[in-house]
Design a protein around this ligand. Structure first.
Ligand SMILES: NC(=O)c1ccc[n+]([C@@H]2O[C@H](COP(=O)([O-])OP(=O)(O)OC[C@H]3O[C@@H](n4cnc5c(N)ncnc54)[C@H](O)[C@@H]3O)[C@@H](O)[C@H]2O)c1
Ligand SMILES: [Fe+2]
Length: 387
């Protein structure tokens, strides 16, 4: 996979992961005496749970399962506090973005001290300066790409969702295990695939884009759009088709946005998750077609989107290609039952509340990455049209 050349994370792809495989990776990270700590959420995941039962028989492991979607600083600190005074050498996150980000947060605080809240937002009082533990991340969604990104996303004690980014947040090893996504239900398959698609597209309509990030983003957008429907159809019968491809494509999209940051879709999604606890992928899918249309005002973005459309729908240099691409995204959203309006989300929003709720997204660094400058009027129009 060519993105291995540009990420410091070693990426391993496998159909299955045995306890002996993971034990070997722990050994490579810290030797025979290495103490690993595992971070998971508390929902059962058959293949992972069988593997962990086996691992317990061959190595002493600390396992914490206090991870919930959109991980909270309080939960992460509760797990970190229980590790105080213990020599931990390897932190392993197995799960969706919430588990992997929790593992990243724990590794950061174990190494740099203090409280995770101290590292968040413009008023941060602490900086990440080192990492004393190795980090292994194993995604079970396809997905956030967190296994290769240098960011973690955390809900502070104040209830705001923050992105914490630093090269030292990046995993040493990412393992893409196809079997772990086999039982991913249709709704989570759909929402996490749209998160991955948003990562690829937000890398394209981004002020920090470069030829390298463009190339990765185009390639990952094409792969995601080629495979997400197959993976969704597989989810209806627990089949495997499309799963390995989506894991790889989401990982690749993570490599792309790790270079640029995300943009308007993500900045707006954080408000939806903070205010109404909308799951991340659904919150991203919600405004994707609107932000797509907004960014068509930028000619460079049109050219980049044409590259995606050409790879999917063949040659031709007309705007029809971009139209076909947008229509495909809308069709997939409809097929997957993803929301277009606040009514679809069962949220009653009054127009006089839009500014109060959504204008704070303008202070989010992600919004500043968006290639078309976003202002209060644009936000108002975009949100009003979804009521
Ligand atoms: N660090 C990053 O680069 C990055 C990027 C994008 C999003 N995020 C963050 O990641 C979080 C979202 O992560 P997510 O969308 O992967 O979901 P998640 O980790 O929040 O999990 C969502 C639900 O899916 C379930 N689940 C996960 N894998 C499963 C499987 N294989 N089978 C059945 N159920 C499964 C979980 O138990 C949970 O109930 C958000 O907090 C988001 O902000 C981080
Ligand atoms: Fe995301």
């Amino acid at each position: 996979m060519f993105e291995q050349a540009i990420t410091s994370t070693k990426i391993i792809k496998t159909g299955h992961l045995t306890a002996h495989d993971l034990d070997k990776l722990i050994f490579y990270c810290g030797g025979e005496q290495a103490n690993p700590c595992l971070i998971i959420d508390n929902n059962p995941l058959l293949q992972r749970d069988i593997m962990l039962d086996e691992l317990r028989k061959i190595r002493k492991v600390e396992i914490f399962d206090k991870v919930f979607p959109d991980p909270k600083v309080t939960d992460i600190m509760a797990m970190t506090d229980q590790l105080k005074g213990k020599a931990i050498h390897v932190v392993i996150g197995i799960g969706g973005g919430s588990s992997m980000d929790s593992a990243k947060g724990i590794a950061a605080v174990l190494s740099n001290g203090g409280d995770l809240d101290d590292y968040l937002g413009a008023g941060a009082t602490r900086k990440i300066e080192k990492r004393d533990v190795k980090l292994i991340l194993i995604p079970t969604t396809a997905g956030t790409g967190s296994e290769v990104t240098k960011v973690g996303v955390y809900t502070s004690r104040s209830g705001r969702k923050y992105t914490l980014g630093h090269p030292l947040m990046q995993a040493d090893i990412a393992v893409l295990v196809t079997a772990y996504t086999q039982g991913l239900p249709p709704a989570i398959t759909a929402s996490t695939a749209f998160d991955a698609l948003s990562h690829a597209l937000e890398t394209l309509w981004n002020k920090n884009a470069s030829p390298l990030s463009d190339r990765i983003a185009v390639e990952s957008a094409v792969r995601i759009l080629k495979w997400m429907e197959t993976a969704y159809d597989s989810s209806l019968s627990e089949a495997l088709e499309g799963r390995a491809e989506m894991l790889e494509a989401a990982c690749m999209a993570g490599t792309g946005f790790s270079m640029t940051g995300t943009a308007a879709v993500h900045a707006l999604s954080f408000i939806l998750s903070e205010e109404w606890h909308i799951p991340h992928g659904i919150a991203c899918a919600f405004t994707l077609e609107d932000v797509f249309r907004l960014n068509l005002r930028n000619e460079t973005t049109r050219q980049r989107l044409k590259l995606v459309a050409k790879a999917l729908y063949g040659e031709g240099d007309t705007d029809d290609l971009i139209d076909t691409l947008l229509k495909k995204i809308i069709t997939l959203k409809k097929k997957f039952g993803l929301p277009f309006t606040f009514k679809d989300l069962n949220i009653e929003l009054r127009t006089d509340k839009i500014g109060e709720l959504f204008n704070k997204s303008l202070d989010d660094p992600k919004m500043k990455n968006n290639i078309v400058e976003v202002n209060r009027e644009i936000i108002f129009e975009l949100i009003k049209n979804k009521i």
